[in-house]
Structure formats: C-alpha cells, structure tokens
Design a protein around this ligand. Structure first.
Ligand code: SF4
Length: 345
C-alpha cells in the first residue's frame, strides 16, 4: 500500500504498553487513535524489541506499536555517517525506533532485530535535556528524525509540532526534520521557523518503486516541498543515497530535471548528496535479511567500518549529479558527503 498518510486506526493490531508509560498523557492520546488495537501490558519495551531471534522482514508485514518511556540518553553525539553541515555541536535523538517505511537499503534492518515501532511517550524529557545542553553548546544542531520518519508519524504523535514550538523560542537550536513523507499538511498551519530545516529525501521514481516501498511518490513529495517553500520554510533536499542502479546516469539526469520543473532552486537552503553507505556490521546483517535486494551484492569498499561504493564510482556519481544540479542551483548550495571521509559509530 502506498499513501501519503497511511496510519489508519486499524494500523496496529496489537500495542505493547510499558508499565512506566501507562499513565502518561501522550499514551492516552495515542491509544485513542487506535480504538481497535489489543493493548498488551509489558514491563519493559526491551522484552519485546530486543530478542535477537526475531524476523525483521516478517514483522514488517504487520509491525506492532510499542509505547514506552525513555529513562536516559535523550541526546546522542552525531553519527560519523551522517552530515554535520559544519556545526561543531551536532546531536541526534531517538524519539522513535524504527520507521513505517521499508526501504530495501535501510540500515535499521541491520541495526535492530525487530521491525516493531517503539515510541517513547515522554518527549518533554528530550526537550528538557536539549534545553540543558543548549546552555553549554551553541549553536546546537539536532536531528530529530534520525532512526525513523517523524513527519510521517505526525498525525499520531504530534512531536514535530512540539519541537517546532520549542525551536521558535530557542534560536540557537537548529533542528533538522528529515522525511520521505508527503505529510507537510500536518504542520502547514504552524509559523515557519528559520531554525527548523525540513529535509526531504528524494529519489528517482523508478528507485522509489523498486527500493522504497510504502513511501510517497516523487510527485507527492515535490508538491509538499513546493508548498513548504511557498509558506517560507527552510528546505534542504537530500539526494541520498544515490544508488548504483542500472542506467543510473540517465535515471538521475531525468530525476534532477523533474525536480526543477517544479521546485525553484534559488529558494532551497541547500542540497546534500551521498552515495549508498552503511556501517559494515549493519551491512552484514542487512544483506542476510534482504536476499531479495541486489543492492547488497554490488561492488563495495570498506573504509573505517563504512561500506560504500568504490571511490572511483562515488566520484563519478558525484561529478555527474553535481553537473546536472548546477544548471538549477548555485554550486555553493551543493554539499557532498564523501563515504571514505566518514567514521562509523
Ligand atoms: S525512510 Fe529512511 S528510516 Fe525509513 S525505511 Fe526508508 S531508509 Fe529506513
């Protein structure tokens, strides 16, 4: 099923509810949206989420929701495989573990044994910890949609709104909200905030169809981006990962032309580019779990525990994509994330 906003009240047949989260107001709010789900009490989310004998792809067919309360670690220092865009104080958080989508190249299938979705209901503790860190580290760059797609979940969780309102009164906080969703409408009524970056990951339509099942079509994402730009939001395009699919040159050339038929390049904050890359342990696990995907069998090199395409191919891909982009945006707005210069976590 492909939809812009597919979290129907029937979405989760079962919801596991951690004891410590049962009286939280966000739990009540979320449960009210799934009146038909069976609610199963548990002591800790880890008893359902952590066992290693689970089958990630089988669970993806019907993922369950787990509501829990985060007790510690509300901020992580930035990962070496993600871009920091030049900010010295680069953090991310994990409000949700796992994603509703199921991209064939996703590192989450190599990182977690379960495809169930863990939602930590105590967002206020994440916000409090970030406010504390801001007293020590300014400007602070924070990715809030890191191991998930928070905008895709906005109708259920409302977390994007809470962070946008927080960022509104903390100009030294720069928040990246990364998404493949077409759910801009869920935040469209909010005041655009210059220190919130809406970062849309885009891929060619044929790549979406083959490798990003369940995500919205390119046309829906472009429509959302156009609306966000017109409303005055900061928008970053992420052409990441660029994949070594057959005929990649012509596919990515057509894709870039298609983007700029609709999007005014001068209005974009920036464009970030990265080819496929993954922590080598996650790669090994993902390859086992996705025997159906040829992406894990393409030629790769490993640098500092990061698997990626051979350097020559990466350079060729960047050069080709940048050349195409430069017809529409100034060179200064294009950022390369070079796999061989990254450190894995
Ligand atoms: S949208 Fe991102 S996090 Fe979600 S499945 Fe795809 S690659 Fe993974």
């Amino acid at each position: 099923m492909r939809s812009d906003n597919f979290i129907s009240p029937k979405r989760f047949s079962h919801i596991y509810l951690e004891e410590s989260a049962k009286d939280h107001p966000k739990t009540t709010e979320i449960l009210s949206k799934f009146p038909n789900s069976h609610v199963i009490p548990i002591d800790s989310y880890k008893e359902v989420f952590n066992p290693s004998s689970q089958n990630f792809q089988t669970q993806k067919r019907s993922p369950k929701l787990i509501l829990a309360k985060r007790k510690e670690q509300f901020l992580y220092s930035g990962s070496g495989v993600a871009p920091d865009f030049g900010y010295q104080f680069f953090y991310y958080n994990a409000l949700v573990l796992n994603c509703l989508y199921n991209c064939s190249y996703c590192y989450l299938q190599g990182m977690y044994s379960s495809a169930n979705l863990v939602v930590f209901v105590n967002n206020e503790d994440y916000i409090r910890e970030t406010a504390e860190q801001l007293k020590l580290s300014k400007p602070l760059y924070l990715c809030i949609s890191y191991d998930t797609d928070l905008l895709a979940l906005e109708n259920t969780l409302g977390y994007c709104k809470e962070w946008i309102e927080f960022a509104n009164i903390h100009p030294d906080l720069i928040v990246e909200l990364r998404t493949k969703s077409a759910n801009f409408k869920s935040i469209a009524r909010l005041k655009p905030t210059s220190n919130i970056i809406l970062a849309w990951t885009l891929s060619p339509e044929s790549v979406i169809a083959e490798h990003e099942p369940l995500t919205p079509r390119l046309s829906s994402r472009l429509k959302n981006i156009k609306e966000a730009l017109e409303a005055g939001w900061q928008v970053r395009l992420c052409l990441d990962p660029i994949l070594n699919v057959p005929k990649w040159k012509s596919i990515y050339s057509d894709f870039i032309s298609r983007i700029f038929e609709q999007i005014p390049g001068d209005k974009l904050r920036e464009i970030s580019l990265g080819v496929f890359r993954m922590n080598s342990d996650y790669f090994k696990n993902s390859k086992k779990r996705r025997p159906d995907s040829y992406l894990f069998y393409l030629p790769m090199e490993t640098h500092s525990f990061v698997k990626s395409y051979p350097e020559e191919l990466e350079k060729e891909m960047f050069a080709h994509v940048e050349k195409e982009l430069e017809s529409f945006v100034s060179k200064e707005k294009i950022h390369r994330l070079v796999a061989s210069e990254m450190q894995s976590i």
